[in-house]
Design a protein around this ligand. Structure first.
Ligand code: AMP
Length: 396
């Protein structure tokens, strides 16, 4: 595997898998350019070395053929502005337009290819399609962490055609470093804060983390599967009846490994799943009939915040409550603030997953977190201990 940072791209054409799957408004203007800005340093490293960059990405979910609303040409102007240079655009990602424009590229130039998913071969991981992409360049750089868990043509298969000539860009390297820091830390205590709706989505990551963490904080809707499994009353709170044994199993494994598990001690209960519901605070394992727990309560916030602030390494994935409704957002906001305070005191913090990242951004805390992951599903799978196809293809 080549080290991206020390490699010289002078005179080389690099094909770079980026994640430019950005939101567009009805005028096809980019409304959130986090992903474009995130890829800029990788692109600039290539061009400032005297190489040229051929960028490939998907956008949206086209049905297997070209659709103007999913054309990457909509982002060319914005990308040019972010990079501070003109970006060329090829109206097809393979075939004559791409070939001719790639062949004519001069050192320092940037070419963006049309949406990869206009070909169903992309998601199928088709070899011939990957080979056609590979034929455009001398070296391959993967910097799309969000799709690294997919064995698509541009994320995985294409690496076959760059034996000894493939590498990760700054973004993927940063993600891997952050995740490995949590999984293999010698700094202690290590705390994982897990939230979200379902135990079933988080069971594998929780199991894998038991070998790395000292503290496991559990919040969000999945709390109630744990509480019911332990004999508590959960009213009409969300619960996965078929996961009760699994919840007990996790608690037993945690105990065997000496991991402290912190479950909510009180909760904000509501009489309906509604932004204007009546609310009351009760002990988390004594939810009255007809009520449901939609956020962690004040005593829980105090407990979780204390554990978080005493930690040296923190991983946070998943909201503590139904944070989309203001009445039930406090627990999630308070956890975000506690992670930020811990980071200020010198802890390393990694936040991943769409909802936790949204909570961090909503509270304007992103620069107070050590690393905010760009890949929800990919991060979960990596932290579950799985080998991601896009990572394996290059590390091999
Ligand atoms: P996930 O995608 O598994 O991380 O779950 C995120 C979702 O969990 C968010 O949409 C939250 O609204 C939801 N959630 C969090 N806490 C609760 C709860 N106590 N009851 C129902 N849903 C919840």
């Amino acid at each position: 595997m080549i080290n991206f940072d020390t490699y010289s791209f002078a005179g080389k054409k690099a094909i770079v898998r980026v994640d430019f799957n950005v939101p567009l408004n009805s005028d096809f203007k980019v409304t959130d350019d986090t992903r474009i800005v995130g890829a800029a340093s990788t692109i600039k490293k290539i061009t400032s070395d005297g190489g040229s960059a051929i960028l490939m990405s998907h956008l949206g979910r086209p049905k297997g053929g070209p659709e103007d609303k999913f054309s990457l040409r909509h982002i060319v102007a914005h990308l040019s502005k972010v990079l501070g240079q003109e970006v060329l655009f090829a109206s097809d990602c393979i075939g004559a337009p791409a070939k001719e424009m790639a062949a004519a590229l001069k050192p320092g130039q940037v070419l963006l290819l049309e949406n990869l998913r206009f070909y169903k071969e992309e998601e199928k991981g088709d070899e011939a399609f990957a080979k056609a992409l590979a034929s455009l360049a001398d070296v391959y750089v993967n910097d799309a962490f969000g799709t690294a868990h997919r064995a698509h043509a541009s994320t995985t298969i294409v690496a076959k055609f760059f034996e000894g000539k493939s590498m990760f860009g700054y973004l993927i390297n940063g993600e891997l470093k952050a995740m490995d820091k949590v999984l293999n830390s010698t700094d202690k205590p290590v705390t994982a804060v897990m939230g979200g709706a379902k135990v079933s989505d988080k069971i594998l990551i929780m199991e894998n983390l038991l070998s790395s963490v000292n503290n496991l904080i559990i919040g969000g809707g999945m709390t109630y599967t744990f509480i019911k499994a332990q004999g508590g009353s959960i009213g009409k709170s969300i619960c996965e009846e078929d996961k009760l044994d699994l919840a007990l199993d996790i608690l037993a494994k945690a105990k065997a490994k000496g991991v402290n598990v912190y479950l909510p001690i009180d909760a904000v209960n509501a009489d309906a799943f509604d932004a204007n519901a009546n609310t009351q605070i009760c002990e988390a394992n004594q939810t009255p009939d007809g009520w449901m727990g939609l956020d962690v309560g004040p005593k829980t916030v105090e407990l979780f915040s204390k554990v978080i602030e005493e930690s040296k390494i923190i991983l946070w994935n998943g909201p503590m409550g139904v944070f989309e409704m203001d009445k039930f957002a406090k627990g999630t906001t308070e956890v975000a603030l506690a992670v930020a305070r811990a980071t200020e005191k010198g802890a390393f913090s990694l936040v991943g997953g769409g909802d936790s990242v949204a909570a961090v951004n909503k509270n304007k805390l992103s620069d107070k977190i050590s690393y905010v992951s760009t890949g929800g599903g990919a991060m979960l799978e990596y932290m579950e201990g799985k080998e991601l196809p896009g990572i394996k293809a290059i590390r091999r």
